[in-house]
Ligand binder design. Sequence first.
Ligand SMILES: [Fe+2]
Ligand SMILES: [Fe+2]
Length: 272
Amino acid sequence: MLIAQISDMHIKANGRLAYGIVDTAGMLRACIDHILDLDTQPDLILLTGDLVDYGRPEEYALLQELLAPFTVPMYLVAGNHDERMALRHAFTGPRFDYLAQAGEFLQYAVDLGQIRLLVLDTVVPQEGRGKLCAQRLNWLDERLAEDARPTVIAMHHPPFATGIAHMDAIGLEGAEALECVLKKYTHVERVLCGHLHRSIQCRFGGTVASTCPSPAHQVALDLSADGPDCFVMEPPGHQLHHWHAGRLVTHTCVVGEYAGPYRFREGGLLID
Ligand SMILES: [Fe+2]
Ligand SMILES: [Fe+2]
């Protein structure tokens, strides 16, 4: 089972650039091409929020077009730049039936055979911060209690403070309560998040919580207490989560043209 995670695409319509600088649509195209060129193809695509930049119907329409080359199942997670109703209206039909089935919050469970995926909705409409209220956490608790298979949780806002001050200021309310729920169980393999536009890992609730790079812009790495809110055009990326030999193993992948691959050995010997 190979899960490709793409996060924080921030798609804008009509050729507009994010923050006047980033061609997010073009960069998502490059990321999709990169994934489609992989020798081992993913079994599903997990898109962990900030799918578009302003939650506008025309942005979701363009996103749908951009994602069309993927034929495997795609699971959408809402982020703070998304708008739940516009997202639901754009992605319809049998492939996205889970969105129609979801209640007020875009939360749903996916049976992936050996493992299970639980998607949480951390959105607070019109706000950058995220929240897991009692209703959303109760849903998670019930889902975790009903099935002991290894489970991957996906949500947009990471549940830990990253040390990047302006992002922590729009972090997740309810993280402590989430941690209490997770600590009740031993089968949560991972909490996969977005929002941070870079790869970060942290022990949380007896499991590992992680964030994913963006296929477009990355949040600048600044660990000072008063760091400004800036982004950088570090290499774009995505992650591959491989359910392999009974563990979920994560590879952070860089999108772009790089030299190689080169051989380590020649005639069976390491090249000196
Ligand atoms: Fe984002
Ligand atoms: Fe976000």
